[in-house]
Design a protein. Sequence first.
Length: 107
Amino acid sequence: WRGKGWVCQVDNTIEGFSIVDLNSHNVWALFVHPQSEGKGIGSLLHHVMLDWYFSQTRETLWLSTAPHTRAETFYRKKGWAEAGMHNARELRFEMTSSHWKSIRGRD
């Protein structure tokens, strides 16, 4: 297996999901249904995903997202560090194991 995914289900409806890849050390997805935003689902998925990832490896984790989006704001608030551009159109963010351990309880 090369990673792991999580789903948040409420009343038989999927409200969010996340997937992380151990081989390429990146977040494939972290999405929350628009009607469920602001309920803590994204934060919970993020926290569980990073805890699991860093229990498997100390490799720096990365992700990319479009600039000027709610996702960009979310990742900045979660402590991700901007690390340049990815594919010329998306921002690249990184999280180290040591940084995650230092901030993980602040949510």
